[in-house]
Design a protein around this ligand. Structure first.
Ligand code: NAD
Length: 271
């Protein structure tokens, strides 16, 4: 990590634990990290495992920080931000990073003041195992150094992708944020199909998850299109071709189209 700042996390939940864990693993100094949470159990765990500074007082950690990560549930965001605005006079000197789903940047300006510097990040649950796909978006309030700082922090739990605006972040949320659920559903359907034919259930799960991981790894390591990769493993008239035909008859692409549009619409309704 090149740019080391005092960074405060408000809320010590699952996401904070994985992001801070990833940052520390990538060499971020734990003594530059502050975490606040109303209850102690998660704070004690983070303090003993990672050596970060902890507090039950959001104001105390914000006071120490140059960058603040808002990591409470969306329904608590208004209350948490209002408390900060009423008690911290120099919020516009601090970089605000929010990971809450569904709350747009103009809302944070209402909560925290017009002059804040803000970056919105949409992480996903595979961040918990260091394989996250985080989307990032900002307006013109931050500079390249702020962007690089946040990119590097979230690279500690996977990969990062900057998008042009918050509509694009809704699309990213509908694919990467919701995507793990789609893949679990698909994997479950494959495993159950094998089990229905008499295959052992535990072995079916093992075979499906490793195949999914292997296909993702092959796609990642290749410059070829996904369609081409699929064709490469589909010999004419062979068994894979028969399987793929069954998916095409059920219009798999049409189903994905419907699923992503439905999730984008829901993201926009909630914004
Ligand atoms: P979580 O419930 O595990 O963590 C939230 C933490 O905030 C809890 O430890 C809670 O005690 C603490 N908290 C409650 N009130 C507080 C207050 N007033 N001040 C400080 N801390 C307080 O939630 P999570 O899964 O870590 O999600 C955190 C945020 O990340 C949410 O806004 C969510 O939308 C966003 N997010 C989560 C995911 C995900 O996959 N989990 C993905 C994308 C975005």
């Amino acid at each position: 990590m090149k740019d080391i700042r005092n960074i405060a996390f408000i809320g010590a939940g699952n996401m904070t634990q994985s992001i801070v864990g990833g940052m520390c693993k990538s060499g971020y100094p734990a003594d530059k990290v502050w975490v606040s949470n109303p209850s102690n159990a998660k704070l004690e765990k983070m303090k003993s495992e990672l050596g970060v500074n902890t507090s039950n007082d959001n104001l105390e950690v914000v006071e120490k920080a140059d960058a603040i990560v808002l990591a409470v549930k969306p329904q608590l965001m208004s209350e948490v931000c209002t408390h900060l605005r009423e008690n911290v006079s120099n919020l516009s000197d601090k970089l605000i990073i929010t990971i809450a789903a569904g709350i747009r940047i103009p809302k944070y300006r209402e909560y925290l003041g017009e002059s804040i510097r803000i970056i919105r990040v949409m992480p996903n649950t595979p961040s918990l195992v260091g394989q996250g796909m985080s989307g990032l978006v900002t307006d013109d309030s931050v500079d390249q150094a702020d962007k690089d700082f946040v990119t590097e922090a979230f690279n500690g739990v996977g990969e990062t992708l900057w998008v042009a605006d918050e509509d694009q972040l809704d699309i990213l949320g509908a694919v990467a944020g919701s995507g793990p659920a789609y893949f679990f559903e698909f994997m479950d359907s494959l495993a159950k199909a094998a089990t229905a034919l008499g295959f052992d259930a535990a072995k079916a799960r093992e075979m499906v998850q490793q195949t999914c991981l292997g296909a993702a790894q092959m796609a990642k390591e290749s410059d070829l299109s996904l369609e081409y990769l699929r064709k490469q493993v589909t010999s004419k008239g062979g068994s894979t071709a028969k399987g793929v035909e069954a998916y095409q008859e059920s219009d798999l692409h049409g189903i994905s189209d419907k699923a992503v549009k439905a999730a984008v619409n829901r993201n926009q309704e909630m914004a």
